[in-house]
Design a protein around this ligand. Structure first.
Ligand SMILES: Cc1ncc(COP(=O)(O)O)c(C=O)c1O
Length: 358
């Protein structure tokens, strides 16, 4: 949002010294957006899982924020941020979106689904080789009609993005390279301020307050929850659990939160030390399922009928489960697990789920 637009946002409505949800929503509404995701997503209690983890009944209540149900191409967290990113993209009036991502990217799948809704053609440049058997997100990319190319590494990916854009242009098309869209980080944070407001409202409707959020996080969405924490002084902890050791998530989260605060004209500064993110549940490395993560996937499925994935949400759930088992939460405290999607990875790792005794 420009400073002029920020000045036009409604005057801050204070409720007990905090801005109201409508005030922050109005600020976010100044940022251009196209409607893609189905929101608000449901918040569902998981009583069987809670009872299984603490059979005495002395444990917390667990609620699952179903951002896997955002409604396009198996859903997930990225559909929320694509509303802002693709609004920016549409300013260029493209007919083709070209994007470079990982081979089994949830983001790629959701981008193709969202572009389909907007009537845009999608070209994917995925890092990796086409596998002998096409499964998971990659299979869905093909089903959604994306033109798929494979890149050896990041440099090859960049070269292909530019080459394909030039080719589309030469054929009279209007390409847009989504990797060059500057909105990714801030869009995710804006989206997860909104998700947090949804959760707070959903709990308030039942006279409940959250003690702690858990979300699979490499920093972007978590930045939004951290900002909401500060904005509404709501007294809950935010526990991000990373699926990768590739970067320092707290400093990345703080950077994105501060960039987003500036975009919204908010007087908030987040320090890396304000951010809690657990790196201990990555397992061997990014993209490789872990024992604890796989157990978490099975527990959610078998006690609540909720399908997680072994790459992101399962590892985050492993963190939450470990903390609940350690007794970090008192009886009746409210723990919110944000399900960020990723279910197609279940099929990529199909052998993991066949053992009924595990
Ligand atoms: C299922 C899932 N959960 C969580 C994340 C991490 O989200 P963020 O980049 O907003 O931290 C991703 C990122 O790709 C994801 O696919």
């Amino acid at each position: 949002m420009t400073e002029a637009a920020a000045a036009q946002a409604p005057a801050q409505q204070k409720t007990g010294g905090k801005p109201s949800y409508d005030w922050i929503r109005a600020r976010i509404a100044q940022v251009p957006r196209v409607k893609i995701a189905i929101t608000p997503t449901p918040l569902i209690e998981a009583p069987n899982l809670a009872k299984h983890l603490v059979p005495s009944g002395d444990g917390p209540r667990i609620f699952v924020k179903r951002d896997d149900l955002t409604g396009v191409a198996f859903g997930g967290n990225k559909l929320r941020n694509l509303e802002f990113r693709l609004a920016k993209t549409m300013e260029d009036k493209p007919d083709t979106v070209i994007v470079g991502l990982d081979l089994q990217s949830n983001s790629a799948r959701q981008t193709v689904g969202a572009c389909n809704k907007l009537g845009l053609r999608t070209i994917l440049v995925l890092e990796g080789q086409r596998p002998a058997e096409v499964q998971g997100n990659l299979l869905v990319d093909y089903l959604l009609g994306a033109e798929v190319h494979f890149a050896r590494d990041r440099a090859d990916q960049r070269r292909l993005l530019d080459e394909l854009a030039a080719k589309v242009k030469a054929a009279g098309g209007r390409p847009h390279i989504l990797n060059d869209n500057p909105m990714f980080d801030v869009a995710s944070a804006l989206a997860y301020i909104e998700t947090t407001i949804e959760v707070l409202e959903q709990l308030e409707a039942e006279n409940l307050k959250p003690s702690c959020f858990y979300m699979s996080s490499s920093g972007k969405g978590q930045a939004g929850i951290v900002l909401a924490q500060r904005l509404f002084n709501a007294g809950f902890a935010m526990h991000g659990v990373t699926a990768t050791s590739e970067f320092d998530v707290p400093s990345r989260t703080a950077d994105i939160a501060n960039q987003t605060a500036r975009t919204l004209g908010l007087d908030i500064v987040v320090k890396p030390s304000d951010v809690v993110n657990f790196e201990g549940f990555v397992g061997e490395r990014y993209g490789v399922p872990s024992e604890a993560g796989n157990e978490a996937v099975r527990l959610f499925a078998r006690h609540e009928g909720i399908v997680l994935d072994p790459v992101y949400t399962g590892k985050c759930a492993a963190g939450m489960i470990a903390h609940v088992r350690e007794g970090r939460f008192k009886k009746g405290e409210i723990v919110v697990f944000v399900h960020t999607g990723g279910m197609p990875a279940i099929f990529t790792w199909n052998k993991l789920w066949l053992d009924q005794t595990a």
